[in-house]
Design a protein around this ligand. Structure first.
Ligand code: NAG
Ligand code: NAG
Ligand code: NAG
Length: 447
């Protein structure tokens, strides 16, 4: 100890002299590459550069992609969860570095948690847990492949979301229900079905619909632009096809590609964290599905009942039921609105419900309390801190429009299910209103 302190004293003076020398005479320290990009100077330094404005950000020197960073205050207020898409065979140790009010933090080791559901694809949803060093007011984070923080100089930073200050801004839990629609892609242009489904959600008490958009057809684009202007729909750009070869299927051995179903597993998780501080419940379903209460007038009264009966439950499993393409005799319904020129089909005429074969397994969709979930898959939650409850189908089930499941069963296996019609007096005028607002009612715009 004594020898060390005396050594320090002996070294201190020459060091200070050398430092003054360097500062006064602006000595060029050895630099193996004089042509390297000049490092930014001034107090803002390295942190002022390169904040990612994309939803998908490639991680330098790796094959991985980063999506977003969230404070996870359930673990500790110092913990950050970075959601990413990682190449499973190329996982290497990573180091977290933060911007602490414009100063670079020291690096801390990252904990890499790959999600267990990947259906054989080479890329999987991955959480990277990072601890903020003490006394750091972190605003941004990035990951490095070495513990040397200087290598952060040309990294892309992720803004840290769900911070306490944001949480106050978000007026804690301003939404009761958020629907997460994972992955709109191709030239999907089913405008009528989309408008009816969105307006149905609204009548059921949904406050926000988050849609991850890779691409869509022209009229649907117009409708969704209009909905997001209004604020009911939140469009998240999802250009996964610019980075990977996304699969249109769910099983690698059958469908090939880099990642399950356009990255659906990642967007569902991202949506849960995005909603964690602002929404009481999150519904994970597709746009061709409506989670429909059969004994309650809306989702809030349904959840009040279910939650009363199951106070410790945070994950509610809803059974999927299929509605075949066969349309019901429309004469029984009376006059229908004229949808001439509006692309897509009318969900109100698909009211035959298939009787499920009870000998096979039927996948569920989920209503979750976002704070109870750490990691989710499509039909089940992977990690959670609450219990699960299977909601009986006579209380709530999924009305599944015949888009991806065009079955054609015999009539005696079908029930007539007119639950959607209970809403038609409100639903139809609302649908007409949004189509008119987006100038999609062709019969009118041509006059
Ligand atoms: C969806 O993404 C495509 C491709 O980037 C874009 O052209 C389109 O405008 C987006 N639509 C909406 C409503 O955000
Ligand atoms: C879209 O929605 C807004 C209301 O939020 C409306 O004022 C606007 O005229 C709509 N139509 C189009 C074509 O943008
Ligand atoms: C929904 O359930 C039906 C059977 O009732 C099944 O054929 C179909 O594959 C399911 N679809 C999804 C997306 O879970």
């Amino acid at each position: 100890m004594d020898a060390a302190t005396s050594l320090k004293k002996k070294l201190a003076l020459p060091l200070i002299v050398a430092l003054i020398f360097i500062l006064l005479f602006n000595v060029n320290l050895p630099n193996n590459n004089n042509k390297s990009i000049p490092k930014p100077s001034g107090p803002a330094g390295v942190c002022s550069l390169g904040v990612s404005e994309q939803t998908i950000t490639p991680l330098k020197n790796t094959k991985h992609l980063l999506v977003s960073a969230y404070v996870d205050q359930r673990v500790k207020d110092l913990d950050i969860r970075i959601i990413g898409i990682f190449k499973r065979d190329s996982i290497q140790p990573l180091h977290c570095v933060f911007c602490c009010t414009n100063v670079l933090s020291k690096t801390t080791p990252a904990t890499i948690l790959q999600h267990s559901d990947h259906f054989g694809f080479p890329f999987t949803t991955t959480d990277v847990m990072c601890q903020i060093p003490q006394n750091c007011k972190a605003t941004r984070v990035t990951l490095l492949t070495t513990p040397d923080k200087e290598s952060a100089s040309d990294s892309t930073w992720l803004p840290i979301r769900n911070q306490k200050s944001d949480r106050q801004k978000e007026e804690n839990m301003k939404f009761d229900f958020t629907v997460c629609i994972s992955n709109l892609f191709g030239d999907y242009n089913n405008v009528l079905q989309f408008a009816e489904t969105l307006e149905m959600y609204r009548l059921l008490g949904v406050n926000r619909v988050v849609i991850y958009n890779t691409s869509c057809g022209p009229e649907l684009d117009r409708l969704l632009q209009n909905y997001s202007q209004e604020g009911f729909v939140e469009m998240v750009p999802w250009p996964i096809d610019k980075h990977l070869n996304p699969s249109r299927g769910w099983l690698h051995s059958e469908h090939g590609g880099d990642v399950h179903y356009f990255g659906q597993l990642t967007t569902l998780n991202e949506c849960i964290y995005r909603s964690m501080e602002r929404s009481r419940y999150v519904l994970l379903n597709d746009i061709d599905e409506i989670i429909m209460p059969y004994q309650h007038k809306d989702l809030m009264s349904l959840m009040n009942t279910l939650q009363n009966q199951n106070p410790n439950t945070g994950v509610f499993l809803i059974e999927n039921h299929t509605y075949p393409k066969k349309t019901f005799n429309q004469n029984k319904w009376g006059p229908l609105p004229q949808w001439n020129g509006v692309p897509g089909f009318d969900i109100m005429v698909h009211i035959y419900r298939e009787e499920p074969n009870r000998n096979i397994y039927h996948p569920h969709k989920l209503i979750v309390q976002p704070r109870a979930v750490q990691q989710t898959s499509v039909h089940d939650v992977l990690m959670m801190s609450a219990t699960k409850f299977k909601v009986p189908p006579d209380v709530c089930r999924i009305i599944h429009s015949p888009i991806r499941t065009p079955t054609d069963p015999p009539l005696d296996r079908l029930h007539v299910d007119t639950r959607l019609w209970d809403f038609k007096d409100k639903l139809l005028p609302n649908v007409i209103k949004v189509l008119r607002r987006a100038e999609l009612l062709r019969s009118e715009t041509q006059n």
